[in-house]
Write a protein that binds this ligand. Structure first.
Ligand code: GRF
Length: 192
């Protein structure tokens, strides 16, 4: 079972997943392995990490395509070459069209830095602070046509502390993301 991870930036969630797969021997346990990391940004730090790990690391630069559909066709071609049993969005910052999502529905996950259904979209930590939330967190969910909305697989909650900024809260949430994403994937693999 091939796992392909899509990143746009540093890929800390991708790294946590790659490490968990090695540490917990997903290959032996589930016949599963991370085979490739793909980014819409050629300069994504996550691609460098993937190369260091000996994984296929490919960029499909969305700026090189005239339309969203053309980009997704190129992205889909790269993904399908790896015959993914699971596509993992990890800090992937492109909105995917419903037709692209439909190609992978049921085998595409995302992690979102809020307790969905609260705060879909961007700037989640700033919005939680502005709303006076006492708790924040992250959600692993199945990707569906509606942004940040699909069935929830895992969540983690963290306290909002006095003096928190979006940055301090984001760091506290990110630590939990690195725990729940590998856990959610490992729980799903036997069913793929
Ligand atoms: C994280 O907050 C994650 O929730 C969001 O992108 C941010 C960066 O993720 N999806 P990563 O460090 O690139 O994995």
């Amino acid at each position: 079972k091939n796992i392909v991870i899509l990143v746009s930036g540093g890929g800390s969630n991708m790294a946590a997943i790659v490490r968990a797969a090695q540490r917990d021997n997903w290959r032996a346990a589930y016949g599963a392995q991370v085979v490739a990391v793909v980014s819409n940004r050629p300069d994504a730090g996550g691609l460098a990490f993937a190369r260091e790990q000996g994984l296929a690391a490919e960029a499909v630069d969305h700026k090189q395509f005239p339309t969203r559909e053309a980009f997704e066709d190129a992205l889909g071609a790269v993904l399908d070459r790896h015959q993914p049993a699971l596509v993992v969005l990890a800090g992937f910052m492109r909105i995917l069209t419903p037709s692209f999502v439909a190609r992978y529905q049921g085998r595409m996950l995302n992690i979102h830095p809020s307790l969905l259904p609260a705060f879909p979209g961007l700037h989640t930590h700033q919005r939680a602070l502005e709303a006076g939330c006492r708790f924040a967190g992250a959600t692993v969910h199945q990707v569906t046509a509606e942004l940040d909305h699909g069935p929830i697989l895992e969540q983690a909650v963290v306290p909002v502390l006095p003096g928190d900024t979006a940055e301090t809260l984001a760091a506290r949430v990110l630590t939990q993301e690195h725990l729940i994403y590998p856990r959610a994937i490992a729980a799903l693999l036997p069913r793929l």
